[in-house]
Design a protein around this ligand. Sequence first.
Ligand code: 5FX
Length: 530
Amino acid sequence: MAAGGDWWYLGVDLSTQQVKGMVIDDNLNVIHETNVKFDDDLPEFGTQNGVQVQSDKLTITTPVLLWVKALDLLLERMKAANLDFSKLKSLSGSGQQHGSVYWKEGANQTLKNMTADRSLHQILESSFSVKDSPVWMDSSTTEECRQLEKCAGGPQKLADITGSRAYERFTGNQIAKINKKYPEEYKKTERISLVSSFVASIFLGNYAAIDYSDGSGMNLMDIRAHEWSQQCLNACAPGLKEKLGDPLPSHSILGSISPYFVKRFGFSSECKVIAFTGDNPASLAGMRLQQGDIAVSLGTSDTVFLWIEDPRPTLQGHIFCNPVKSNAYMALICFKNGSLTRERIRDESGSVSWDGFTKAMKATSPGNDGNLGFYFDVMEITPSAIGVHRFNGQNCKVSEFSKEIEVRAVVESQALAKRAYAEKLGYKVLKGTRVLATGGASTNLDILQVLADVFNAPVYTIDTANSACLGCAYRAKHGLEAVLGQSFANSVKMAASPKLAVNPICEADKIYCPIVARYQELEKLVRNRS
Ligand code: 5FX
């Protein structure tokens, strides 16, 4: 056991394409990081970019046992790196939002009796009633969405209760589909977890509560009352309240770690498990977002999020409970065509690397000579639209751009969408606004330059692109201090401040202000739904 004062905290993030682990010490320094990449490290599951696209192209799933095996591997890698698990005072984590896991009758008994001589994968092999978990990229539940909105009295009424109108990927609609399509499997389901609370359940050796923040991404929770809305539950599936368990504040201590991890990896039996949350809420914590800042996460999905105190849900974007402050909220906008689209354009432009991509981008100038594109390789969430649509400076549709124009067009288009939708949520870029960038692509300064120019605001980054994982390590520490009345901001005040990455060019506003307006006009021509 570690001497007092010398404690460590673990954050785990199970995202779309990988699971990551990060350990920080008492001074909030990162002392260990490791990851497992689903496609490369677990090829036996045959996923592409972490998921399976079913034949209808709308249903998108990941085998739940892949996630279990990935956790086995992550812990084995930490052990192989000689991480001293006994120094961990607490742990927390996050998961890709909205995805759901269906535990079969009897699974909780299995979780409570895990024996250290077997891997998690061996132990939990037959613990799930649905083998392929729906994930956030799924867009197969339009029918269920319309039904839920009808039962709630319309899309705005549903948004007033749950923070969002009905979205295909939101868990309530996914559960409704599972109940309709696989009624026997649904009946045999003892518990439904989010990806976040599923991982927490494994560490706890017992079903873990869904936290308020990730629970807000289900179209099922009353975000002001912090409890399930019976009206929404009834509209989705029978007996849902029991299968979900009661939601809890995001900083809750769920209990001590399962004896399985004490015996197999040498964790302290005192190590506490703090409620897990969604990856975007965890990123908000990792970036120590403040009111007035705007966060942009550039990952498999691109997201924009803001800290808000007064929630006013609309038909655009989502309002979630804030993961680090009770009675505060966060607004979020999610764009499905993020890094995979950037990578496709990079590959098709003949650039074998990001160097080639940025070289192509530098051959054009801000504003791209009026050329503007929309790149929705898969059905986009914001806006509801699909396909690639290119317009020249005269607003005429064209079928091709040169490779240089194409590269800039995808980066500009993604940044324009972020600004346009942040403004629709009521956000105003003011003097002193900071854009905080995170996610894999936030290490690319040329992409950040376009972001700075389009927002006409400086872009800051933190030392790690893994802000979700870092946020969970911070939350692990704060969970223990919250019971003593400590605020999250105070718990992490020693952490390094975000660093300035790029400033906007002088003529940024003049160039991009009219283009944001033009983007919104042209977007109307490519949208499926008004
Ligand atoms: C947010 O609403 C999303 O659907 C995505 O950003 C997922 O959380 C990605 F993991």
